[in-house]
Design a protein around this ligand. Structure first.
Ligand code: GUN
Length: 284
């Protein structure tokens, strides 16, 4: 079997084309969705992600601004900046790029963002709403993964999803979203014994480890759908996922590449959340 490749870049473009129409309609009514991204410090990877968000916003007609704060910014100064954004009716979505400098408590910052503007879906109120299966801002990478699976009509209900990685940004929430879609979910992580025993059972294998090419074909059940969330830069400068793509595609039924896989979907879901924020999330 040779897997069908789920091209996240193309899918993201289709969704962005639709969003552009929606933003045009909203703009005619005087509502231009606005995203404010806060970047603290000089991490080059963070800067590159933030620029990507700005570019994608512009391409869909969403207004965005980046507030750049120095590495030396105190926690109080950052919280004050967020308070100002929370109180500004011109700002619909707020995203504080992570990771933050070590002297700032990340969780405190996340919890300071108004849940109605939390387009990352990281605030405990929104995590709780997601767990309860209520309408809310879904974390962008998990939301993108579910959208990719659905775009190919890959069955989820009753299927065994195995996730490697338990981060708050990807692993934990993607399991929850797929549980909401009636999947059977297994979480694996760095302490899991006999990882292969679990991955071999997966109908859908989601890999979010952060180490280049560590999942080879022998971890994959023939016919499984494989979602590779890893973004690893090799010494030669090229990007690669956590999955050994060339051999895995000979075993899987569907597979996401890196680049042009999950990455472009993540930004697109952020834009979708920003439109949702502009329209006003109803917390019922
Ligand atoms: N850093 C890496 N991924 C993310 C993300 O999805 N949101 C934010 N705010 N920071 C990140």
């Amino acid at each position: 079997m040779v897997a069908e490749i789920i091209n996240g870049k193309d899918l993201a473009q289709q969704i962005k084309d639709n969003m552009k129409n929606e933003v045009t309609e909203l703009s005619k009514k005087g509502l231009v969705p606005h995203l404010t991204v806060v970047l603290v410090g000089n991490d080059p990877a963070s800067r590159s992600y933030v620029n990507g968000k700005k570019k994608a916003s512009a391409a869909t007609g969403i207004s965005s601004e980046i507030i750049e704060l120095p590495e030396s910014t105190s926690e109080k100064e950052l919280l004050d900046t967020i308070s100002t954004l929370n109180n500004s009716s011109a700002v619909h979505g707020i995203l504080v790029q992570l990771p933050l400098p070590e002297h700032i408590a990340e969780q405190k910052v996340i919890e300071h963002i108004d849940p109605k503007k939390d387009v990352d879906g990281f605030h405990p109120v929104n995590i709780g709403r997601m767990m309860a299966g209520k309408d809310t801002f879904l974390p962008c990478t998990p939301f993108g993964i579910v959208t990719m699976l659905k775009s190919k009509n890959i069955p989820i209900a009753g299927q065994h999803v195995v996730i490697i990685g338990r981060s708050n940004i990807v692993g934990k929430p993607v399991g929850q979203l797929l549980l909401n879609e009636s999947a059977t979910v297994t979480y694996c992580h760095s302490k899991t014994k006999d990882l292969k025993k679990f991955t071999k059972m997966a109908d859908i294998l989601i890999v979010a480890i952060g180490k280049a090419n560590v999942i080879s074909a022998d971890f994959i059940k023939p016919g499984a759908a494989v979602i590779d969330v890893g973004v690893n830069r090799l010494d030669n400068g090229s990007l690669t996922g956590d999955v050994e793509f060339e051999e895995a595609k000979e075993v899987a039924s569907y597979i996401t590449p890196v680049p042009k896989g999950v990455g472009p979907m993540t930004i697109t879901m952020l834009l979708q959340n920003t439109i949702k924020a502009a329209k006003g999330l109803k917390l019922q």
